[in-house]
Design a protein around this ligand. Structure first.
Ligand code: F6P
Length: 319
C-alpha cells in the first residue's frame, strides 16, 4: 500500500477535521502518500483530488466543519456512479480509502469495497444514529451546543414565565433530544423511538403550573414532529404563552469538544491501521471504549435505539 485517500461526506460534523488530520498524519507517519478528496463522492466523480501534507492539516483540530468540504451526491447512489468513482480512484493510484460520514456515506463506501477498493468508514454525524459504536464524531459537540442554547432559553423562559418548545436535529434519531433534555433539565422530551401523547405533555405542564412552576421546556427531536406544530397545539389546548425555537444548523457548527477531538483522532489513526492490515468494508469504531472494526453489513443490519434508560430518567426527574 502506497497511496491512500480520505474524504468527508454527508452532513458535516464537528470533529471531522480532527479525523482528517489523524488519517493524514498517521498515513504520512507510516510512509504513505495521502490524497484529500474534496466535496465527498461528488468531488470524487469530478476528480477533485489534492495531495495532503503535514501542513495541510495544521491548525485544523480545533475547527468545526470540514476542510475537505462535503456534499450529498445523488449520482453516486447509482451503480454507474459507483463504478465511475472506483475508476477515478484506480486512475489516481489510490490503494485504500477512508470515508468519514454517516449511514448514507457508508453505503457508498461499501459499494467501493465490493468493487475492490479497500475502504474503511469512520462514523461522523451529529445524529449519533449509527449502530455498533459508542458514539459518532460530532454528537458530543452538538449536544453541548444545544445545551448552551437551552440554558439561555431558560433564562428568558423564567423571566416571562413561558413554555418553550425547542426542536433539535437528529434526523430519525432521538439521541440529541434525549441527551439535551436530560442535561438541560427539560420537562418533557419527544423522540421518534418512543410513542408519546401530547395530552400527557399538557398534563405535565398543568401539573407544573399548579405547583408554582414558572416555566417549562419541551424538547422535540425533529424526527418526532414539527416543533412549530407542537407549539401551536400546546398553546391552543392550554392557553399558556408558548414560544418555539428551532435550533437548526447551529448544532452542526462550532469548535469540536475535547471528547469529539479525542474520538476523531483515535478513529482516524485506527482507520489507517486497518487499511495497512488489509481490512476493507468495515467501520472503525469504539465499543465500550475499545477500538473495534465492524463490518458494514453488520452496521446496516443492526437495529439501534438511544439508551432508553435515559428516556425513563428524563421523565422521572421532571415529575
Ligand atoms: O445528518 C445531520 C443532519 O444535520 C440532520 O440532523 C438533519 O436532519 C440534516 O442533517 C439536515 O440536512 P441539511 O444540512 O442538508 O439540511
Amino acid at each position: 500500500m502506497k497511496r491512500i485517500a480520505v474524504l468527508t461526506s454527508g452532513g458535516d460534523a464537528p470533529g471531522m477535521n480532527a479525523a482528517v488530520r489523524a488519517v493524514v498524519r498517521t498515513g504520512i507517519y507510516h510512509g504513505l502518500e495521502v490524497i484529500g478528496i474534496q466535496r465527498g463522492y461528488s468531488g470524487l466523480l469530478h476528480e477533485e483530488l489534492m495531495p495532503m501534507t503535514l501542513g495541510s492539516v495544521a491548525d485544523v483540530i480545533q475547527r468545526g466543519g470540514t476542510v475537505l468540504y462535503t456534499a450529498r451526491c445523488e449520482p453516486f447512489k447509482s451503480p454507474e456512479g459507483q463504478r465511475q468513482g472506483y475508476e477515478v480512484l484506480r486512475k489516481h493510484g489510490i490503494d485504500g480509502l477512508v470515508v468519514i460520514g454517516g449511514d448514507g456515506s457508508f453505503r457508498g463506501a461499501q459499494k467501493l469495497a465490493e468493487l475492490g477498493m479497500p475502504t474503511i468508514g469512520i462514523p461522523g454525524t451529529i445524529d449519533n444514529d449509527i449502530p455498533c459504536c459508542d458514539a459518532t464524531i460530532g454528537f458530543d459537540t452538538a449536544v453541548n451546543t444545544a445545551i448552551e442554547a437551552i440554558d439561555k432559553i431558560r433564562d428568558t423562559a423564567t423571566s416571562h414565565e413561558r413554555t418553550y418548545v425547542v426542536e433539535v436535529m437528529g434526523r430519525n434519531a432521538g439521541d440529541i433530544a434525549l441527551h439535551v433534555a436530560l442535561a438541560g433539565g427539560a420537562e418533557s422530551v419527544l423522540i421518534p423511538e418512543a410513542p408519546f401523547s401530547l395530552d400527557e405533555v399538557i398534563r405535565r405542564l398543568e401539573r407544573g403550573v399548579a405547583r408554582g412552576k414558572k416555566h417549562s421546556i419541551i424538547l422535540v427531536a425533529e424526527g418526532a414532529g414539527s416543533g412549530i406544530e407542537i407549539g401551536k397545539h400546546l398553546a391552543t389546548h392550554t392557553g399558556f404563552e408558548v414560544r418555539v425555537t428551532v435550533l437548526g444548523h447551529i448544532q452542526r457548527g462550532g469548535a469540536p469538544s475535547a471528547r469529539d477531538r479525542v474520538l476523531a483522532s483515535q478513529l482516524g489513526a485506527y482507520a489507517v491501521d486497518l487499511l495497512r492490515q488489509g481490512a476493507s468494508g468495515k467501520m472503525a469504531a469504539t465499543q465500550n471504549g475499545a477500538l473495534a472494526a465492524v463490518d458494514f453489513e453488520t452496521v446496516f443490519t443492526t437495529a439501534r435505539k438511544p439508551d432508553m434508560r435515559l428516556y425513563e430518567l428524563v421523565n422521572m426527574l421532571s415529575i
